[in-house]
Design a binder for this molecule. Sequence first.
Ligand SMILES: [Zn+2]
Length: 59
Amino acid sequence: MAPFEFDDSGIDDLMNELDHLSFDIECPECSHSFSISVDDVGKSVICPNCGVSISIESE
Ligand SMILES: [Zn+2]
């Protein structure tokens, strides 16, 4: 049986993925759905379709 080896670099990869996690939102003005980054939570984003400013708030 192979010894269990814990690889720290895997954790780093996972954290990097979480840092760049994105999710889809729907524009309240034009219903266009697009993805934003978790970094945008608490900020405002511009709808790429109609250009309206949407404030992103965490629930
Ligand atoms: Zn829009």
